[in-house]
Write a protein that binds this ligand. Structure first.
Ligand SMILES: Cc1cc2nc3c(=O)[nH]c(=O)nc-3n(C[C@H](O)[C@H](O)[C@H](O)COP(=O)(O)O)c2cc1C
Length: 218
């Protein structure tokens, strides 16, 4: 393993459960692969720009056809795409905000889901160009969505699987930190379970296998 990319999507940084578990996974991977380079994108600390007119127009044009403002609007996006393409493992730490991903995570996706760059269209439909990656989604939620009555309201995990799948990132492991707003006991149990899930995911990655991780590994 040469490159690990950690995307941090919570405004709470050190207090964030998704960041804490995401960092645990990356630290564990780094201890197993000491020569691996770790790139961290802390999206709350370095806010990404909104999608604007120049970005929307420029992303549909070949680089030599872009006007100056359009070329400028795509500079950071090209850097983010290059980070993604270089990574062997991507750990995406994402809080649930209003049933979906946080705004910083959405902005990152807008920057890296690029026609002709990270996915292409063909007569068979879209094809992902970000191939051969291992992706770990670390999802923190106040409630419980993996089972029970709130399941239909989870627009975080299905959204991430769909949009990352579009660009080719289909080898996905999920670590859920659920029920953190449901009282002290639920919080303790959620964190204990998430740590066990995280450790299991690292073992899966280290073994080179792709098998489901038990949600109740605690
Ligand atoms: C703006 C906002 C919206 C939230 N929306 C939801 C929600 O729709 N469902 C839920 O279960 N928890 C919701 N929460 C709770 C967070 O998912 C929870 O605090 C989680 O731990 C956030 O992830 P983090 O610890 O990585 O920051 C929301 C929190 C905030 C700040």
């Amino acid at each position: 393993m040469k490159n690990i990319l950690l995307i941090l999507g919570s405004p709470r940084d050190r207090a964030s459960y998704s960041h804490q578990i995401g960092r645990r996974i990356v630290d564990d991977l780094k201890s197993r692969y000491p020569s691996a380079k770790v790139v961290v994108r802390n999206l709350a600390k370095e806010a990404l720009p909104d999608v604007d007119d120049a970005f929307v127009t420029g992303r549909m044009l070949a680089p030599d056809k872009r006007r100056a403002a359009e070329a400028k609007a795509l500079v950071l996006s090209d850097v983010l795409v290059a980070e993604l393409m270089a990574a062997d493992v991507i750990v995406l730490a994402s809080p649930m905000h209003n049933f979906g991903v946080s705004a910083p995570v959405k902005k990152w996706i807008d920057q890296i889901a690029r026609p002709g760059v990270t996915f292409s269209y063909s007569d068979k439909g879209p094809m992902g160009l970000v191939q051969g990656k291992k992706t770990v989604l670390v999802l923190a939620r106040g409630g419980v969505y993996s089972e029970g009555p709130m399941m239909p309201y989870d627009f975080q995990e299905p959204y991430l699987r769909t949009v990352l799948g579009l660009i080719g990132m289909t080898d996905v492991e999920v670590v859920r930190i659920e029920g953190v707003a449901m009282g002290d006991e639920a919080l303790r149990s959620a964190v204990t379970s998430a740590k066990a899930q995280a450790d299991a995911v690292v073992r899966v990655i280290a073994s080179g296998a792709s098998v489901p991780v038990l949600a109740e590994a605690a």
